[in-house]
Structure formats: C-alpha cells, structure tokens
Design a protein around this ligand. Sequence first.
Ligand code: RFL
Ligand code: PHB
Length: 389
Amino acid sequence: MRTQVVIVGGGPSGLLLGQLLALKGIETVILERKTRDYVLSRIRAGILETGLVNLMRKAGVAERMDRECIVHDGTYISYENELFSINFKELIDQSVVVYGQTEVTRDLYDARDQIGAKTVFEAEGVQILDADSNAPLVTYCVNGVQYTIACDFIAGCDGFRGVSRKTIPETVRQEFEKVFPFGWLGILSETPPVHDELIYANSERGFALCSLRNENLSRYYVQCPLTDTVEGWSDDAFWDELRSRLPQSIAEKIVTGPSIEKSIAPLRSFVSEPMRWGRLFLCGDAAHIVPPTGAKGLNTAASDVHYLSEALIQYYEHSDEQGIDSYSEMALARVWKAERFSWATTNLLHRFPDQSGFDLKMQRAEIESLHHNKAAQKWFAQNYVGLPY
Ligand code: RFL
Ligand code: PHB
C-alpha cells in the first residue's frame, strides 16, 4: 500500500490534520491503536481557543460546534472565600468556547467517513522505519496480519505514550519534564453546572475546578494525591470535598448527582525537542504535555496541526520545503509559551505538599495582583484565550 501521509494516532490532532490535508487533495491513512468507541469515550478537554475554533471552520467540520458550543467571555478565580472574574471580552475583546474534545473528535470522525478517507482501527505494533530517508515505511498488524505502507511523510499524532516520539534516536531527542506531586480527580455528572462560567479555586484543602459541557452536564475536578484511586473516592466524598474547596456562596448552590465518569489524571509538563526528524513530524501530546490548569493541551495540539498542515500543503502545492524545514522551530516557539502559562497557573492555584508559609504568601500576593491589576489580568486573558498563530 502507498499513501502520501501516514498519520499515527486517531485522536483530535491526527483527525484534524487528516481533514485539513484532505481539503487540498492530500491523501492520508490514519492508524489508530484503539477502537473508535474507545477514543470517543475518553473525557478530556472542554475549552477551545479561537484558533482551534477557526481551524475547525477551515476544516469544514464546525457546523455542530457553531450551533451547540457555549461562548465564555471570561473565567472566575477563587481564593478561599473570595471570588473574582477575569473578563476576556472587556480586557482584550476575545473569548473561548465550551465544546468537549469528545464532540470535536466525533465531528472529525463523521467528516472523515464522509470523504471516505482510510482509518485503520486496532492497528497494533505500529513501527516507523527509515524516517530519515526519502522512502519511509510504516508497518502495523491487524488481527495478526502484518501490513506495510510506503509514504512521503509520517505525522506522529499518537499522544504521550505513542511510538512516534520514541522513533527519534536518543542522540537527537532532548526531553524536558516536570512532574507535579498531585493529580486531578475529575467527575462528569448529569446535573446543572453550578455557575455559567468556569471557577478555578485555590483553597486551603487544595485546588478545585468547576467546569461544564452543557446546561445539564457538569465537569468538576479536585486536586488529589497521586496515591489516591478512583475506587477510593465515592461520589458523596467527591461532592463533600468539592464543596469544602469553594467559596460558601458557590458551595451551597452545587447540585449533586451520580457521576457518569470518574478518573484521575496525573499532572505533568513535558516537551520533546525537536518535533521533526527527517520525514517524521510530531504533533500534539506526542511531543508535549501540559498540566490541564490552563486548558492548553488540545489547543496547543491544534496549533501544531496548523503549522504542519500549512507546511505539507506548501510542499505538495509548490514543491517548497521551507515550511517543513521550519515546522519544529515554529511549533516549539508557541509550545513553550503554553507550557509557561500552564506551569504558572498550576503553581498559582494548587497547594503543594512542601509549601512553606512564605510560598503561601507569594501565592496569595500573585492572586491579589491578578484580582486587582489590569496588566496582570490582561496577560492572563491573552494566554487563556490563546496566543495567535
Ligand atoms: P491523544 O488525544 O492522546 O490521541 C492520540 C491517539 O493516538 C493513539 N495511539 C496510537 N495509535 C496507533 N499506534 C500507537 N502506538 C498509538 N499510541 C497511541 C491513541 O489511542 C489516541 O487515540 O493526543 P492528541 O490527538 O495529540 O490530542 C491531545 C489532547 O487529547 C490533550 O492535549 C488534551 O485532552 C489535554 N486536556 C485539555 N486540553 C485543552 O486544550 N483544554 C482542556 O480543557 C483540557 N482538559 C486535558 C484536559 C487532558 C486531561 N487528561 C485526562 C489528560 C483535562 C484532562 C483531565
Ligand atoms: C474541562 O472542562 O474538562 C476543563 C476545563 C478547563 C481546564 C481543564 C479542563 O483548565
């Protein structure tokens, strides 16, 4: 088999890239390790920057998103019993939208079905061969039968635990990592959200986040030790803990109900450089991870997809290699800014096991500056809605 671009990973990065390339007549094959239902059952991001919203429109997959998404002109931050808002619209005349990653992925799979592009599910043992030559190959197995695809390029969109990044030799690859000493316990519940905008809470008992998917679907998180397990957290214990971390006026309005999903995610900052090796390009979580505090993961994956799709289109339409040559540098410049914002908001809003009295005073001073200083708010707003690309 032969195709122009093999995309390893059928998550949002791989699917969006496939769609943008298909619009220009560039043929792709997506190799996904799991089933479609499995990919669609993962509850992850909820906040989309304008950049991603625009890419969805450019890819021709925005119809349902434009109809169903909820526009948020700002967000709320609480510190113990105080609550204040940062209004993006007033500060920088921009906003973000609430539309779940599950929905983004579903829309992209539906669009891929419509164009009849090939997606292989349950592709096992994917291997990328000769990526540093002009004739790379990708091999994989389905039901024990091995297949080989010859291609021009490979897009490694296979997430943090995929094979693509590890294909880049250790002599070339440099990894930068910070693992935070806590995770997020998240639940999804079919209850009306407590607030119409998100609330990021720093409390004595740790961080909490009130988010949502729609008017009857709430998403809440609490910071928890990495040793905690989902089984160890009953729904009642979760609701009690969440309430204890929110200002009283909010806590008393929480509508509780059974959780329909409950999971624990560790928090990590991670970047692998470079994002290109020969004809292999890394995209999204395959190359970088952010702690979810700034809602940047999926959005940073989207900016990679933008740079890579433009580079490949430039190559196929004009035989111009300038875009593919500068991809890694362009993508990484924006990645590091998102890493900085996510790291800074994580440090600002969580309680750390070894935090001293001085550290707490510094956190409080920074939150107060965000509360009262327009310049600090503007910096936060610009980063939260997403830096331009
Ligand atoms: P994904 O989504 O991990 O998809 C990778 C796909 O590759 C497949 N795969 C393989 N396929 C073939 N062969 C292999 N060897 C393979 N290995 C893996 C996997 O099955 C999978 O389908 O990466 P992608 O596409 O780069 O997308 C990245 C986003 O998923 C991620 O950044 C966000 O979910 C992060 N994130 C958030 N991002 C935001 O922008 N806003 C948010 O509000 C937000 N909230 C979150 C989040 C992530 C969270 N968790 C659970 C980590 C909240 C949470 C709790
Ligand atoms: C979510 O709704 O899942 C969500 C929202 C904002 C974040 C992280 C996750 O910063």
